[in-house]
Design a binder for this molecule. Structure first.
Ligand SMILES: Cc1ncc(COP(=O)(O)O)c(C=O)c1O
Length: 438
């Protein structure tokens, strides 16, 4: 790790914290973890040491790093001139593929990041409905655009019912237009709509709340939100930047059989290159200029490299058996982690949906139901940090606090290695005590 320390010193002279994105500070280590290269299911540190990657570019590498079909597609884009701001049939072919795969999408637009595209989706909803209020749920993350950055991971007094900006420097007036609710509390949503339904432009949510700990919607919750928003003329927006393609090509909306009016996609969509999408019902998307008054423009929208990478991504995920194999492996992996913790007498478990999962440590793991962010406030975050750092010592790379995953590049052998590393890390954490259940 000496070269990592040296690079951190050097990078910190020019990059705040030595990183290009604040979340890349590794909370387990207390410093960034620099990676020299990645291939398939593995990443390599600056000294060439190999790790099984369970971070997967924060979820962007669902088909593994540098999948050969993705590399070949990017190579084609390079030979076509690395174009951005120009378009050809590649863009409409990809749009068609996405619209055919994702039930809620009839038309779409490309952007680069999830932050941008969730911002565009709520602006379009406000323009389309002529209303200003947007409802979001506590613990649901939608990127750092100012419209939605409220109650991401508040603590203490700042939790709901407070409406708490998730970043400094946001215009104070934006707080007036956002309504925060606890996830899975349909009665509260219904009360709100009964009182102010004709002022609400949209309800936006992560249909599976991976960003707080893979919290699932209660049975019927998404469907009831669907009916409530329709009844009051508000739009239902699923932010599937992270959840998209974890369960199938039809995303979480397909898995639960509930179609939103608008949705966002990103991360996995670009197979490691920056591509996001907002899309939905044709009559809403036809409000985007030049057809309508809602603006969406950008030099890099639909840049050729990510568009070509995404076409290759779909070729891979639409192959027969892709999801059967991936999901089967994920489920075996999650069950094996639970088995390790049980066997070692460690109070913890995994909560997973499709190809992404979270760790619950301490008494929270024994709760019967986990419905919203506040149910997870007592997750043993400090212990998790120690565990993630120990995983790294044992050849397994885990980064974000809230969600981790497998890719289609993870073989049974990788999984066996990851399980060995996880078991060794649990033992390390237990030996350092005091830990719950020990
Ligand atoms: C659900 C969700 N929405 C939006 C974003 C923001 O995406 P990006 O990091 O590409 O700006 C994220 C990123 O983690 C996300 O998980």
């Amino acid at each position: 790790m000496d070269s990592n320390r040296q690079l951190w010193d050097e990078a910190s002279r020019y990059l705040p914290g030595g990183v290009c994105s604040s979340a890349r500070m590794n909370q387990g280590l207390g410093h960034p973890f620099y990676i020299s290269r990645a291939a398939g299911s593995k990443v390599y540190d600056l000294e060439g040491k190999e790790y099984v990657d369970l971070c997967l570019s924060f979820g962007a590498s669902l088909v593994g790093h540098a999948h050969p079909q993705v590399v070949e597609a990017i190579d084609r884009a390079v030979r076509m001139g690395i174009m951005c701001s120009y378009e050809n049939e590649c863009h409409s072919k990809l749009a068609r593929t996405i619209a055919e795969a994702v039930p809620g999408i009839e038309m779409l637009r490309y952007s680069m990041s999830g932050t941008e595209t969730t911002g565009y989706a709520v602006k379009l909803a406000r323009q389309y409905t002529g209303r200003s209020y947007v409802v979001k749920f506590e613990g649901h993350f939608h990127g750092y655009n100012d419209y939605l950055a409220f109650n991401y991971w508040p603590e203490g007094e700042a939790v709901w019912p407070q409406v708490t900006p998730a970043a400094q420097g946001m215009p104070e007036c934006l707080r007036e237009d956002i309504i925060v609710l606890p996830f899975n509390d349909f009665e509260r949503a219904a009360e709100l709509f009964a009182a102010r339904g004709d002022e609400i432009a949209a309800v936006i949510l992560e249909p599976v709340n991976y960003n707080s700990g893979t919290i699932l919607p209660r049975p019927g919750f998404l469907q009831r939100l669907r009916e409530l928003t329709t009844e009051h003329g508000a739009l239902l927006i699923f932010d599937e930047i992270l959840s998209g393609f974890r369960t199938g090509p039809d995303c979480i909306q397909g898995a639960y059989g509930v179609s939103p009016d608008l949705c966002t996609l990103g991360k996995a969509l670009g197979a490691g290159t920056p591509l996001s999408v907002f899309g939905g019902r044709r009559d809403i998307m036809e409000h985007v200029a030049p057809l309508g008054p809602a603006q969406h423009s950008g030099t890099f929208n639909g840049a050729l490299i990510p568009v070509m990478a995404s076409r290759a991504f779909f070729e891979v995920i639409l192959e027969d058996g892709f999801y059967d194999e991936l999901i089967g492996r994920c489920e075996r992996f999650y069950a094996s982690i639970d088995e390790i913790m049980d066997r070692l007498g460690f109070v913890g478990r995994v909560q997973g949906k499709g190809a992404r999962f979270s760790f619950l440590f301490g008494p929270v793991a024994e709760k019967e139901t986990i419905e919203n962010y506040q149910d997870l406030l007592d997750n043993e975050w400090g212990l998790l940090r120690r565990f993630f750092a120990a995983c790294l010592d044992h050849g397994v790379y885990i980064h974000t606090m809230h969600h981790h995953g497998l890719s289609s590049a993870h073989t049974d052998e990788d999984i066996a290695r990851a399980l060995e590393g996880i078991e060794a890390a649990v033992r390390t954490v237990m030996a350092a005590g005091p830990v719950p259940g020990a």
